[in-house]
Design a protein around this ligand. Structure first.
Ligand SMILES: NC(=O)c1ccc[n+]([C@@H]2O[C@H](COP(=O)([O-])OP(=O)(O)OC[C@H]3O[C@@H](n4cnc5c(N)ncnc54)[C@H](OP(=O)(O)O)[C@@H]3O)[C@@H](O)[C@H]2O)c1
Length: 263
């Protein structure tokens, strides 16, 4: 994997490391010998993850930070740098999912979601990228979503944030060809975590957390440009992009709701 072998320490910064996919990826990285900076707002949960990382024989730094606030992100990256040196691997994973149905559109809510899911990743990327380019080494990983491939019912802001994230990192990947800095975009379907627990419609082809993290971890390790899964849902998302709009709306609009949501 990437990293500065000469420096002896490989430094990964994982946002949203307090639970779910971020926690899982942080533990996989630790098992592979990475020093892991754990970023999220809930410090108590980060301390628990740090304990697990250290039990695996790796180094952990707990960084309580709201990714939506650029000053906090810059301060976090600075403190990781001054403790361990430059970040070799950024896993921009922190994200939130909230219902944003059209009939209750609230621009302030949309802005908040974009700030966490999209701009937070941009802030973290800006804070590490210059140094990566200078050193001609490094790896940016963005956790997008199949929801970013098109609009979904009642999730306008989430879909928009993940679409923006995908296109942003895809553009960086093209720009950074030959620079020594790799870019990986991960676009999972439904994975069983706290986020999917809140989703009110059915979650077709739901993947359990451990196998999902395994697949994502292998894609990071192999510096793959893109991982999209599970296959049945990713194929559908891919084909749906060329469906006529009327057919797309009818198909996607038919996703059955659970008892949690009646509009
Ligand atoms: N689960 C799925 O089905 C699925 C599918 C596709 C993509 N994803 C994406 O995977 C990523 C991880 O989600 P998950 O499923 O693992 O859900 P999760 O368990 O709820 O994890 C979300 C993580 O993001 C962190 N976070 C949220 N807001 C933050 C903020 N303002 N500042 C810093 N950290 C923040 C949370 O930590 P704190 O609350 O402690 O801050 C938490 O660690 C998200 O980007 C999500 O969109 C998930």
């Amino acid at each position: 994997m990437s990293g500065d072998a000469g420096r002896g320490r490989r430094v990964a910064l994982v946002t949203g490391a307090s639970s779910g996919i971020g926690r899982g990826l942080a533990l996989r990285l630790a098992a592979d010998g990475w020093s892991v900076a754990l970023v999220a707002r809930r410090g108590d949960l980060l301390e628990e993850v740090a304990h697990e990382v250290r039990s695996a024989g790796a180094e952990a730094l707990v960084c309580v930070c709201d990714i939506a606030l650029q000053d906090e992100v810059v301060h976090t990256v600075d403190s990781v740098r001054s403790t361990w040196g430059p970040v070799d691997l950024l896993v921009a994973n922190a994200g939130v999912s909230e219902r944003t149905p059209a009939h209750r559109l609230d621009a302030a809510q949309v802005e908040r979601i974009m700030r966490v899911n999209f701009l937070g990743c941009v802030y973290a990327t800006e804070a590490v990228l210059g140094e990566m380019i200078e050193r001609r080494a490094g790896h940016l990983v963005a956790v997008g979503s199949l929801a970013g491939y098109g609009g979904l019912p009642s999730t306008a802001a989430y879909s928009a944030s993940k679409g923006a994230l995908h296109n942003f990192f895809e553009s960086l990947r093209i720009d950074l060809r030959g620079s020594g800095v790799a870019v990986t975009v991960l676009t999972p379907g439904y994975v069983r975590t706290a986020i999917t627990g809140q989703i009110a419609h059915r979650r077709p082809f739901l993947v359990e957390l451990d196998p999902a993290v395994d697949r994502m971890y292998r894609a990071i390790r192999d510096r793959k440009p893109l991982l999209t899964f599970p296959r049945p849902l990713s194929s559908l998302a891919w084909w749906a992009q060329v469906f006529p709009a009327g057919l797309y709306d009818r198909l996607v609009g038919r996703v059955p709701r659970t008892g949690k949501e009646k509009r």
